[in-house]
Design a protein around this ligand. Structure first.
Ligand code: TZD
Ligand code: CA
Length: 530
């Protein structure tokens, strides 16, 4: 007998979009959706909604595909909100669904009613909806998937009453299975020609690249452009992905995070092409001029909002990949020479009983498999990481796009699920690890072989830097002593080991690499400051 329920149809719709992995944490409102869960789907249970969202975010970032999340009503959504800040800023196509109380019980505010459900996740979703009747659930879900995926991508939210699922699906919904939505994002030939001319005439052009380049797999197009132009390449401030091979001679590192420092770093350049990034995403308040005098900013982005809010620059809203490729093909320059590669950093000496993060990253870079993908959430070691870790392929680096901690550990699990052929190494601070720690359990249960490296320096290191900038050195609550991550890992079923020197780390890392279907956690005692 064919199943004509809205539930059965919904699974067909999800299948059409390849959304057969569902990340969730269930409650009574969600059970009617999960009933008869098809055998070609997999459910990834997260023990806290922050971890559910973080895992789904990592999966969406790694695959570039819309990703299904199922949360429990208002409480589950609330727990996921911190993670939504990152998903919103990383343009992750997450379809967040939450079970609502039965329609007839919403008015009387029965337990687990999601009051004003559509308001709850705002302003961190692109679109939020609760269908007016059960019959509209499949169409609403189809819209939620399209809204999440169409430019600019981002999370969407759908609240679904639990007594809708068993109702009979409307025959008109069959059209949803046939739908196609295409986007034309080619830049115009005139626009490309004008920018190609500006770049060709520039005396000292520079490229500043952001996460959209990596998301659209335009890394190789950026390399071709840098080579042809002979221009140095920076990563835009507050980087969340790696858009350019870090071993390329033109690579200069990541721009700093204040108005004044960005300007200082771009001094001497007359044309600045910013591709696939906001201009700019600052963090530290050090006032100054936005730009060197006379410098012209060409801002290429697929994100209409970022083009609208930018305080300077000439923007072109179009596919970053298509536009970079068109620029390379159109650019008429000869004899440009690439700048010389930067000098290799020297290594400090480790004190007894701790590793300097620079030495740790240098060693990690030597030991890691060539196509490793890093998820990073250790905030004080950004520079050390970028100067020692080589990343050459797309999808090699993920950092929380809004700086909301609790992304790293779960996202690593999601990235590994999304890219089973690459090994994921999570580099996580002893502060950050606690916000998403329950993802260790999911990694163990679903045999996700992430290598978690916890940098244990006993403190919220990044906040110590800010405390001195803001004259608040005496703030309470900046240290995190007495945490034992090996014991915590054991509690969640993850094998682990602790290292406080290079040799011990190397041994443990080899052991981790040899575990093919199991995660491994290495707690490393690291230095902070001098
Ligand atoms: N809470 C959340 C959800 N996100 C945040 N970004 C913070 C608090 C504030 N915060 C930062 O911005 S960095 C940081 C905190 C608490 C310290 C992280 O410490 P860590 O890394 O041990 O992970 P470092 O390398 O010691 O800084
Ligand atoms: Ca720390």
């Amino acid at each position: 007998m064919t199943d004509n329920s809205i539930r059965a149809f919904t699974y067909k719709l999800l299948r059409k979009y390849g959304m057969t992995t569902v990340f969730g944490n269930p409650g009574s409102n969600e059970l009617p959706f999960l009933k008869n869960f098809p055998s070609d789907f997999r459910y990834i249970l997260g023990l806290h909604e922050g971890a559910v969202m973080g895992m789904a975010d990592g999966y969406a970032l790694a695959t570039g595909q819309p990703t299904m999340i199922n949360l429990h009503a208002a409480a589950g959504t609330g727990n996921a909100m911190g993670a939504l800040t990152n998903a919103y800023y990383s343009q992750s196509p997450l379809v967040v669904t939450a079970g609502q109380q039965a329609r007839n019980l919403v008015g009387v505010e029965a337990m687990l009613t999601n009051v004003d459900a559509t308001q709850l996740p705002q302003p961190l979703v692109k679109w939020s909806f609760e269908p007016m009747e059960a019959a509209d659930v499949p169409r609403a879900l189809s819209q939620a998937i399209q809204e999440a995926t169409l430019p600019t991508p981002g999370p969407t939210y759908l609240s679904i009453p639990h007594n809708d699922w068993d109702k009979k699906v409307d025959a008109n919904m069959a059209h949803l299975l046939e739908r196609e939505v295409q986007v034309g994002a080619e830049p115009g030939q005139k626009q490309v020609q004008a920018w190609a001319d500006l770049l060709a005439q520039a005396e000292n052009p520079v490229l500043v690249l952001g996460p959209e380049v990596d998301a659209q797999r335009a890394n190789a197009d950026a390399v071709r452009l840098a080579n042809k132009l002979g221009a140095p390449v920076w990563v835009a401030p507050s980087e969340s992905r790696c858009p350019f091979p870090t071993n390329h001679p033109a690579f200069r590192g990541v721009l700093p995070i204040s108005i004044r420092e960005v300007c200082e770093h771009l001094e001497g350049h007359d044309v600045i092409l910013v591709a696939g990034a906001p201009v700019f995403r600052y963090h530290k308040d050090i006032p100054g001029n936005y730009l060197p005098v006379g410098a012209r900013v060409l801002h290429l982005t697929g994100d209409t909002h970022q083009a609208a809010r930018a305080p300077f620059g000439e923007a072109l809203v179009a596919s970053v990949k298509r536009s970079l490729a068109a620029l390379v093909d159109t650019l008429d320059v000869r004899g440009r020479v690439l700048p010389e590669a930067m000098a290799k950093p020297t290594l400090p000496k480790d004190p007894p009983g701790a590793m300097n993060p620079e030495n740790l990253f240098h060693l990690l870079n030597r030991l890691a498999p060539k196509n490793v993908s890093y998820v990073k959430e250790a905030t004080a070691t950004k520079e050390a990481f970028w100067s020692h870790i080589q990343m050459t392929e797309p999808n090699s680096y993920f950092f929380p796009a809004a700086g909301g901690l609790g992304f790293g550990l779960p996202a690593a699990v999601g990235v590994q699920l999304g890219m089973p052929d690459r090994r994921v190494v999570a580099v996580i601070g002893d502060g950050s690890a606690n916000y998403g720690i329950t993802a260790l359990w999911s990694a163990a249960q679903y045999q996700v072989p992430v290598i978690f490296i916890i940098l244990k320096n006993g403190t919220y290191g990044a906040l110590r830097g800010f405390a001195s900038l803001l004259g608040a050195e005496d703030s309470p609550g900046l240290d995190v002593p007495d945490l034992n991550f090996c014991a915590i890992a054991r509690g969640y079923g993850v094998d682990s080991g602790a290292a406080d020197n290079a040799e011990a780390f190397e041994d443990l890392f080899q052991q981790a690499l040899n575990q093919n279907n199991r995660p491994f956690l290495i707690e490393v005692t690291t230095t902070f400051g001098d």
